[in-house]
Unconditional design. Structure first.
Length: 114
C-alpha cells in the first residue's frame, strides 16, 4: 500500500493581523495616547466620543478601566475589549476602532508573534 507523503504547509497569515491591516489602510483605526475618565458618567463619555468624531459602531480597545466600563455600558453602538481578548470578528464588525497606544502595541506584539 502506498501512502501519500504529507508536506508541511506554509502557515497562513493571521486572519486577525490581515483584518487589522485592512482596517488601518481604510483609515478606520483611531489611536489615542490614553483614555481615562475622571468619573463614570455617560455624559462625559459621550462628550469624549463627539470630540474624537466617532459615529456609528465603535470598538474601544484599552486596558480595563472601571470608569470607562461604567460610562460606556449604556451606549448602544459602543463595545469595549482588551488587547488580550481581541479577535477577528471584533476587528471586522464595528465601523471604527479606537485604540489606546499601549493597547495597540500589545495587539501588535501579539499578532507579530503568531
Amino acid at each position: 500500500m502506498i501512502s501519500a507523503k504529507k508536506f508541511p504547509r506554509k502557515p497562513a497569515p493571521s486572519r486577525c493581523a490581515s483584518a487589522l491591516s485592512e482596517r488601518l489602510k481604510a483609515g478606520d483605526v483611531v489611536l489615542v495616547d490614553d483614555l481615562k475618565l475622571a468619573s463614570p458618567k455617560t455624559k462625559d463619555f459621550v462628550g469624549l466620543m463627539s470630540t474624537l468624531d466617532l459615529t456609528g459602531t465603535t470598538l474601544i480597545v484599552a486596558a480595563a478601566d472601571k470608569n470607562l466600563t461604567l460610562a460606556s455600558r449604556n451606549i448602544e453602538n459602543v463595545t469595549l475589549a482588551t488587547s488580550d481578548s481581541l479577535n477577528t470578528y471584533d476587528i471586522l464588525r464595528p465601523d471604527k476602532l479606537l485604540f489606546t497606544k499601549s493597547a495597540f502595541e500589545k495587539v501588535e506584539a501579539r499578532l507579530t508573534k503568531e
